[in-house]
Design a protein around this ligand. Sequence first.
Ligand SMILES: *[C@@H]1O[C@H](CO)[C@@H](O)[C@H](O)[C@H]1NC(C)=O
Ligand SMILES: *[C@@H]1O[C@H](CO)[C@@H](O)[C@H](O)[C@H]1NC(C)=O
Ligand SMILES: *[C@@H]1O[C@H](CO)[C@@H](O)[C@H](O)[C@H]1NC(C)=O
Ligand SMILES: *[C@@H]1O[C@H](CO)[C@@H](O)[C@H](O)[C@H]1NC(C)=O
Ligand SMILES: *[C@@H]1O[C@H](CO)[C@@H](O)[C@H](O)[C@H]1NC(C)=O
Length: 256
Amino acid sequence: MEPTALHVLCLASVFTLTTQELVGLRVSPKITAECGKQVTLQCNVSSSLNGLSVKHMEWSYRKMHLCSVNSEGNISYSRDTDKIWDFYCEYEEGQLSLVFRTAQPDLQNEYRCKLQSNKGAPHKYTTVELEECDGTVSGVLTSDGPSCTFNHVHPDRDVHWFLGSKNLSDGSANHNTTKSVEKGGWITIHSDLEWKEGSDEPFNCSLKSTKSGRYTASTLIQKAALKSLKATNGVRPQESMAAFLCVSLLFAVMLS
Ligand SMILES: *[C@@H]1O[C@H](CO)[C@@H](O)[C@H](O)[C@H]1NC(C)=O
Ligand SMILES: *[C@@H]1O[C@H](CO)[C@@H](O)[C@H](O)[C@H]1NC(C)=O
Ligand SMILES: *[C@@H]1O[C@H](CO)[C@@H](O)[C@H](O)[C@H]1NC(C)=O
Ligand SMILES: *[C@@H]1O[C@H](CO)[C@@H](O)[C@H](O)[C@H]1NC(C)=O
Ligand SMILES: *[C@@H]1O[C@H](CO)[C@@H](O)[C@H](O)[C@H]1NC(C)=O
């Protein structure tokens, strides 16, 4: 080995050793966020602040810089990320917090906190996970049979249909279930049950939790409730439009 190469290698290892020893960071351990709630990632300088001068401290995601603080304690944000997530950062004496206002599926990533100081430049990673979210459910009865929609679901799950207490997922009826990923990573699940016969018992459209194995979200669709169901929220635009047209027609007839 050339003496110069050895020299550089030796210097480099001494440098890493000393910087690692001088200053460290402590980040929030793996975070399990609650649906829709605020999520806070903390990053603290773990050693004494005496004689430490913070030049730069930042939170980033992959190669994307989210926010940083300079030596004067001023926080700055990246313009691009502002459009993706609703978040802000707070800084106080060697502590930089990254706060996402609403927990959503696309926040599930690894984040990096990095410090640049006169006593070294350490970095630490932490991850965010989102707990199971059931969102909202609505059901309607159409001429083709009952159908239901789950909004803001996480993670993806199966739909099970029941007629009264009878499990229809055992093959006694087919259902066409479609899933789509919405903004923020939320999943929308729509299911149409193929059922044209009459029934006095209510249909029950359910989502089964992958974690607990229990049915955590469900809606009952009753024949008698047909009219009221169509009038409640969660009705698709075409249907409310149709209802509006129908009422307008009625008025027109009454007035003429
Ligand atoms: C960072 O410091 C604050 C204030 O001392 C403390 O409440 C918080 O738990 C610390 N966080 C971590 C990850 O060490
Ligand atoms: C940092 O903030 C202070 C006080 O708000 C301000 O006077 C100063 O100009 C800022 N410095 C930079 C580099 O933005
Ligand atoms: C209904 O049937 C499906 C498919 O066989 C099964 O996975 C599910 O556990 C059943 N649910 C109940 C409550 O029996
Ligand atoms: C299932 O539903 C989707 C969307 O509503 C539709 O495009 C598709 O044709 C349906 N498939 C069957 C087999 O009914
Ligand atoms: C629908 O059926 C499931 C499974 O039997 C049950 O856990 C759930 O409570 C029912 N939902 C309603 C609204 O009755």
